[in-house]
Each structure stands twice: as structure tokens, then as C-alpha cells.
Design a protein around this ligand. Structure first.
Ligand code: AMP
Length: 397
């Protein structure tokens, strides 16, 4: 079956057409600046030249139509008719406590996703727009919602409750939800498979280190704790997000700098993280370059970053009373051997022995620890689109 995977943002739409039998990507692309001037579609069909189409996309339906036209185009297309698309899988950011797994989209499901809008006001409405646009352009084609939060719904109360008045949980659903669930699920499953672990007796820690970053403790195949919380701001230091801070800093900065609450939140989301700390960039390639050329603040930033990841690993070893494997994934985790090495320097107490030669490789599945290392350390490239396609097929077949 051919599955169209859609990841819809407020002004962008990423897509992949995946053949679920061979798991090959037939085409992928990105619509940018939807609803604003200068809309552009970049379409990359497998084995053919990339095309860039600058054409107004006044709404997401126009964007979906343009994508479908390209997929079936006689020159740039990869299918002859839309009837070849058997299902559509949508990434949906927040499923609250309503969705513990992926689900076939119905009117009821759409209403339930809408009820989670408050929890992800920037993302869920955009995801819903993508669902409606696809319904309009491909009526009758089954669609599935795959939630970033669903994998973490197995967390026990002690992991998801905050030390706040309980009524905020009861009334307002304030709790840890966690994100990147599709990635944590995909990578932990693959680790269990590669290491031939008994799923029901396995302990895996997944470090998803990209521009957004989170870490997850996966016990017996289920998420038991994760670093992102009510929103994706909590936890590790990220590209531009602060991660964990003393909550009193918000009030302190607001008063010191004369900023409104919204402005401070903007600083925490967009101007902090390694970008804010280093004054260089949110991109780890720039950071590494700066550190190498003697920029002390960039070097310190890398140290702070690695230290925070190592602290979380320690916490999750404690939460699971042990660990079999630690996996690195996403842009930084897959490609940045220096950061991996800096993190693993803290982990000798686990009996980890790193194979520094293997650690020089990047971007592919690999074992970073030696054969006699007590705990295995691996790189497992994430593939959220493939995970969404697999979930979609499982529900529509
Ligand atoms: P993601 O959000 O998963 O796309 O990850 C983005 C981050 O991955 C950025 O900070 C990049 O610097 C980092 N990254 C991507 N490719 C490389 C690479 N080849 N070497 C080092 N870092 C990389």
C-alpha cells in the first residue's frame, strides 16, 4: 500500500509518500509560506530531479492540491493516479490523555483532537487544518492520526504528576505528557530488535537530540518517564529552548528586564538553549566550529549541554533500576560524535566502554560501545515518517 504521511504546521506542510511493502520513500517534499506571500513547494521524487514550484498557496487545501498534482504529474510524479494512495497518516502533536495510541480519524476523533488544542495551541490547530485539507482533496481515503504524546501515556503517576496543587491536574490537565513519542518508540523498538533483548525484560534509554531534544526511559517496551513535560519546553537544553530552569527565574527576569510574561516565554522558547547560552547559534555544527577556534563560551555551552544529558541518563537508570542500552538519535545524536563522547565520559560507572573509532562514524545505525561493555551504546537513526506509515497501515489493513 502507498501511504501519504503529512506533518502540517501553521504555514508549512511536510510530506512523504511511502510504499509500505518495500518501505521505500517514493517522494518527499515541503510546502512553505502557506497563507503568506512567496509560497513555495520543494518536491523531491525518488530517482528524479528535485523541483521547486513558486505558486500562491492561500490555504492548506491549495497546498495539498499542489502536492497531489506533483505526485501524479507526468514528469515529476511517482504515481499515475490518486487512487494508488491507500491511506494518509497525520502527525498530531498533542493527544492529551485521550489518545494512548494511534487512531483512525473519524468526526469523533477530530472533536477529541480539538479538545486538546489548549495543550498545544501552536500545533494541534495546524495539524487539524492538514486533516481537513486532505479530507477535502481525498474524500473516502482512510486517515490515521499518530500522536507525539501517545507513546508516553504508559508513564506511571509518579512520573507524570508535578508537585503542584492536584486540582490543576484535575481541572486543567496539568501533568507531564512528553513528546517525540513516535521517535522514542521507533528507536527503542529497533534497539530491542538489534540487541535481541527480551522486550518484557528490557531497559532502554533513548536520547533524541535534535533541535528539539528529549530523553525517554523505556522499560519493557513502554515509556516510563520522559524529559519533556506539559509542553516541549521542559527537560534537556535544546537549540533555542531553555529546558529545565528554576520556575522563579520567569518572574525574576520579567521584573529585572521589564518584560511581559509572553515576552519571557518567548525568550525561553526562542532565544535560550545553546543559541542563547553560547551567543553563537542553535546549530551544533556552528557551535563545534566556534569551540574549535577557541570560543570559550561555545566550549562551555557544549559542556553544559552534555552534562545535562548525562544527568538525565543517571536519573533514568535509577528510575528503571538499571539499563541495557542507551541510544542516540536525531540530528545531533546521529551526527555529532563529539557530543556523544562528552556525554558518555560521565557513564563509566555503568560499565560502559566506548569504541572511539566506531564513534567517529555518523548518520547510520552503529554500535558505539565495545563488545565487553556492560551497557550497550548505539546510534539508531530515527525515522518518524516511516513509523507513522507503519502505524497507519496497521490501522487501515
Ligand atoms: P534535527 O532537529 O533532528 O534536524 O537536528 C538538528 C541539529 O542536528 C542541528 O543542531 C544540527 O547542527 C545537527 N546536525 C545535523 N547534521 C549534522 C552533522 N552532520 N554534524 C553535526 N551536527 C549535525
Amino acid at each position: 500500500m502507498k501511504v501519504l504521511v503529512i506533518n502540517c504546521g501553521s504555514s508549512s506542510l511536510k510530506y512523504q509518500l511511502i510504499d509500505s511493502d518495500s518501505e521505500a520513500v517514493l517522494a518527499k517534499g515541503l510546502c512553505e509560506r502557506i497563507t503568506i506571500d512567496g509560497s513555495v513547494l520543494t518536491h523531491s521524487p525518488a530517482g528524479k530531479d528535485k523541483v521547486i514550484i513558486e505558486q500562491p498557496m492561500p490555504d492548506h487545501t491549495a497546498a495539498v492540491k499542489l502536492v497531489l498534482n506533483q505526485l501524479t504529474d507526468s514528469v515529476h510524479g511517482v504515481i499515475t493516479s490518486l487512487s494508488e494512495i491507500g491511506a494518509v497518516g497525520h502527525r498530531v502533536v498533542h493527544g492529551g490523555e485521550k489518545f494512548a495510541s494511534s487512531t483512525l480519524i473519524t468526526d469523533k476523533v477530530i472533536a477529541a483532537i480539538e479538545e486538546c488544542n489548549d495543550l498545544a495551541p501552536l500545533h494541534n490547530p495546524a495539524n487539524l487544518i492538514g486533516i481537513h485539507a486532505c479530507e477535502e482533496c481525498m474524500p473516502g481515503v482512510p486517515m490515521v492520526a499518530v500522536f507525539d504524546t501517545a507513546f508516553h501515556q504508559t508513564m506511571p503517576k509518579q512520573a507524570y504528576l508535578y508537585g503542584l496543587p492536584y486540582e490543576y491536574y484535575e481541572k486543567d490537565k496539568v501533568r507531564r505528557y512528553g513528546f517525540h513519542g513516535t521517535s522514542h518508540s521507533f528507536v527503542s523498538k529497533r534497539a530491542i530488535e538489534l540487541l535481541k533483548l527480551d522486550r518484557n525484560n528490557s531497559k532502554v534509554i533513548v536520547c533524541h537530540l535534535g533541535n528539539g531534544a528529549s530523553i525517554c526511559a523505556v522499560k519493557n517496551g513502554e515509556s516510563v518517564d520522559t524529559s519533556m513535560g506539559l509542553t516541549p519546553l521542559e527537560g534537556l537544553i535544546m537549540g533555542t529552548r531553555s529546558g529545565d530552569i528554576d520556575p522563579a527565574i520567569i518572574d525574576y527576569i520579567a521584573k529585572k528586564e521589564g518584560l511581559s510574561l509572553d515576552e519571557v516565554m518567548n525568550v525561553l522558547n526562542k532565544k535560550s538553549g545553546v543559541a542563547g547560552l553560547s551567543k553563537v547559534s542553535s546549530d551544533f555544527r556552528d557551535l563545534a566550529e566556534a569551540a574549535e577556534s577557541g570560543n570559550e563560551l561555545a566550549e562551555t555551552t557544549l559542556k553544559v549541554y552534555a552534562y545535562h544529558v548525562a544527568k538525565y541518563i543517571g536519573a533514568y537508570v535509577a528510575a528503571m533500576n538499571g539499563v541495557d542500552a542507551i541510544c542516540f538519535t536525531a540530528g545531533v545524536g546521529e551526527n555529532n560524535s563529539q557530543v556523544r563522547s562528552m556525554i558518555c565520559e560521565y557513564l563509566g560507572y555503568l560499565g560502559i566502554v566506548m569504541d572511539e573509532e566506531a564513534n567517529k562514524v555518523r548518520g547510520e545505525e552503529l554500535m558505539l560501545s565495545t563488545q565487553d561493555s556492560k551497557v550497550k551504546v548505539m546510534v539508531i537513526p530515527t525515522n518518524e515518517e516511516l513509523a507513522i506509515a507503519r502505524e497507519t497501515v496497521a490501522l487501515v489493513k
